[in-house]
Design a protein around this ligand. Structure first.
Ligand code: ADP
Length: 230
C-alpha cells in the first residue's frame, strides 16, 4: 500500500443533534483509489464532503475531530481555523453523480476554474485546458468543436468533461460521488479506466453503490455497512 495521504482521527459528524458519523479513524493511501461503500443514508456523501469542507455550506452541520491531509511533506489539519478553504478547494477536486457542465462552451467549462483562480494568460489557459481534456480521453471527440455548448455532449462525455474541469487545477485529491451511476455501462467503463489512469496524478476517493465496481478498481475500501449489532 502507498503511504497515507489523509488521516482521519476521532471524527464525529452531526446534523443538528443527530450524529451521522461516530468516532471514525481511517487512513487513505495516496495515488490510490479508496472506495466508500455502504447502504443509502449511512453518511458516505457526508464523509466525502469532509475532504473539501463542502459540509460547511450546510448551516446545521458540525464536525469534531481531525482530518489531516499531507500537503508537501507535512500533515495539516484542514479543519483548523487558519487553514484556507479556498486553497483547500484548489487542491481537492470534485465530480458528482450527475454530470453538471456549466451553460457555456466545452472549452470555457474546463477553463472556468482557471478564471476563478485569476489565471488569465491565454497560452497557459489553452495549454492547461488541452492537457486536462486529453487526460480524460475526450480530446479526439471535442477538439473540432471546443466552442460548442457543453450541453451537446452525451452524458458520458459530459462526465469526462466534468473530470477535466476538476483536473485542470491539478488537484492532489479527487473526490467522486457515484461518478458512474447515471451513465450507460460503456461510459461507466470509460470513467473507471480513467480513474485507474489518474492514480498516477492524484489520490482518488469514490463513493460507490456497486460492489462489483469496487472490486474492479478500488485499492482500499472504507465500508460503512452497519454491523449486525447496530
Ligand atoms: P449516503 O451518502 O450514505 O446516502 P448522506 O451522507 O447523504 O448518506 O446522509 C447521511 C444522513 O444525513 C442521512 O440520514 C441524511 O438524511 C442526513 N443528511 C444529509 N444531508 C443533510 C442535511 N443537509 N441536513 C440534515 N440531514 C442531512
Amino acid at each position: 500500500m502507498t503511504p497515507p495521504k489523509i488521516k482521519i482521527e476521532s471524527l464525529d459528524f452531526y446534523y443538528n443533534d443527530h450524529r451521522i458519523l461516530s468516532d471514525i479513524n481511517e487512513t487513505i493511501p495516496e495515488n490510490a483509489i479508496t472506495a466508500i461503500l455502504g447502504p443509502s443514508g449511512v453518511g458516505k456523501s457526508t464523509f466525502l464532503s469532509l475532504f473539501n469542507r463542502l459540509w460547511e455550506t450546510t448551516p446545521a452541520a458540525r464536525a469534531e475531530g481531525r482530518v489531516l491531509v499531507r500537503f508537501s511533506r507535512s500533515f495539516m489539519d484542514i479543519n483548523a481555523p487558519k487553514f484556507s478553504v479556498v486553497q483547500l478547494r484548489r487542491s481537492v477536486g470534485m465530480v458528482f453523480q450527475m454530470p453538471n457542465p456549466l451553460p457555456m462552451s466545452i472549452f470555457n467549462n474546463v477553463a472556468f476554474p482557471l478564471k476563478l483562480a485569476g489565471i488569465k494568460k491565454k497560452e497557459e489557459v489553452r495549454s492547461r485546458v488541452t492537457t486536462a481534456i486529453q487526460a480524460c480521453g475526450l480530446w479526439p471527440e471535442v477538439k473540432d468543436r471546443l466552442d460548442k455548448k457543453a450541453a451537446v455532449l452525451s452524458g458520458g462525455q459530459q462526465q469526462r468533461l466534468c473530470m477535466a474541469r476538476a483536473l485542470v487545477m491539478e488537484p492532489e485529491i479527487l473526490l467522486l460521488d457515484e461518478p458512474t451511476s447515471s451513465l450507460d455501462p460503456k461510459s461507466g467503463k470509460m470513467i473507471e479506466e480513467l480513474m485507474v489512469r489518474l492514480k498516477q496524478r492524484c489520490t482518488l476517493i469514490m463513493v460507490s453503490h456497486q460492489p462489483d465496481q469496487v472490486k474492479r478498481i478500488a485499492d482500499h475500501v472504507i465500508d460503512f455497512t452497519p454491523g449486525p449489532e447496530s
